[in-house]
Ligand binder design. Structure first.
Ligand code: SF4
Ligand code: SF4
Length: 166
């Protein structure tokens, strides 16, 4: 036969336990984000819009090896390679990416391109505000993704400018 006193005590204990969790959470710091009034906080490993990195001298790290494009399951990376010369030096390797586009209509932010890159040239940044009604704005060019020059570094020689000088 059920013991009504025991059931009441069990119920009271369960309520007290539940309320204990509630009060503990009430005392914890809030995790509410006030975006867009305040910038959101990201985990370090958040995969946002890509950043094409430069080395300490300001040269582009991308050497146009195409490994990222091959690794991309969405086939959304488009690269055109060009050779560095004595007068035109854009990257630290033999070649550089004259054109480097990522189509964010197709990118699934899987990070395979980042893993495949032998020079750590392509990384995920924290940019996320890319929603658009115009899909053509979702094709980001190298110029949109290049990291800023390090302090004191001179801009790499641009091919067209060097060509025009001859
Ligand atoms: S994150 Fe994935 S889908 Fe996007 S460009 Fe890189 S490999 Fe392709
Ligand atoms: S971003 Fe990296 S993997 Fe892709 S072409 Fe440049 S160097 Fe190669």
């Amino acid at each position: 036969m059920p013991n009504p006193i025991g059931e009441i005590l069990d119920t009271a204990a369960a309520i007290a336990k539940g309320m204990g969790v509630t009060f503990k959470e009430m005392m914890s710091p809030t995790v509410t984000e006030y975006y867009p009034d305040e910038p959101p906080k990201f985990e370090e490993r958040y995969r946002g819009v890509h950043v094409l990195q430069r080395d300490a001298n300001g040269l582009e790290k991308c050497v146009a090896c195409f490994l990222c494009a091959v690794a991309c399951p969405a086939n959304c990376i488009y690269i055109e390679a060009a050779e560095n010369t004595d007068t035109v030096r854009i990257s630290g390797g033999e070649r550089y990416a004259k054109v480097y586009n990522i189509d964010y209509n197709r990118c699934i932010f899987c990070g395979y391109c980042v893993e495949a890159c032998p020079t750590d040239a392509i990384t995920h940044g924290h940019g996320f505000e890319i929603a658009s009604f115009n899909t053509s704005t979702l094709i980001k060019r190298k110029e949109d993704m290049l990291a800023p020059l390090p302090a004191g570094a001179k801009p790499p020689v641009v091919a067209e400018e060097a060509g025009a000088a001859h």
